[in-house]
Design a protein around this ligand. Structure first.
Ligand code: ZN
Length: 177
């Protein structure tokens, strides 16, 4: 069975199956290929089951059901909804984004460049309003703090005290897409 191995500082080994149905093994640096092979083989039933679940999910997920017209409509919707939200929250937060672009990014919901240009994926339209608002506030907060350290989340929390709840909801929602 083919798998991708990621060597990390962790002490234990962890196997996971990604949405793209790839087997990923996170392993301590000192472990040998043979040892990993053995552990993978010992867990083959579990892995096969996970692969099946992920395959089913990818066939049933909202994204896989979208037709070309749906995508065109979602892009249109994003182009009207997102700039409005950005305007609204940038006023509250007192920040000044340089521009807003709607992208087709698959793995990134949004981004903020060093020059404070914001990008948002049209896929945001597949999420709920409260979560979209969180992503907007998150990117706007990057205008002040470019990293994800404590200061950054303090900034987010100032304008969205329940951001953690929204962040966990985002994690659940994106698994279902
Ligand atoms: Zn961020």
């Amino acid at each position: 069975m083919n798998y991708q191995i990621i060597k990390t500082d962790r002490k234990t080994l962890a196997i996971s199956v990604s949405k793209e149905q790839k087997i990923i093994v996170r392993a301590p640096k000192c472990i040998t290929k043979k040892e990993v092979d053995n552990i993978v083989n010992n867990n083959i039933d579990w892995i096969k089951k996970q692969l099946e679940i992920m395959k089913e999910r990818s066939e049933n997920g909202v994204l896989s059901r979208l037709g070309e017209d749906d995508i065109i409509n979602l892009k249109k919707k994003a182009k009207s909804v997102i700039p409005d939200k950005v305007r609204y929250y940038s006023q509250i937060m007192g920040v000044n984004p340089q521009g807003i672009k709607i992208t087709s990014a698959k793995t990134r919901w949004g981004s903020c460049s060093s020059k404070n240009n914001l990008c948002f994926s049209w896929r945001l339209m597949l999420l709920t309003d409260d979560v979209i608002d969180y992503i907007v506030v998150h990117e706007l907060a990057h205008i002040r703090v470019k990293n994800h350290q404590i200061k950054f989340y303090e900034e987010v929390k100032k304008y969205m005290p329940d951001y953690k709840k929204r962040e966990s909801k985002l994690k659940i929602l994106q698994k279902e897409l």
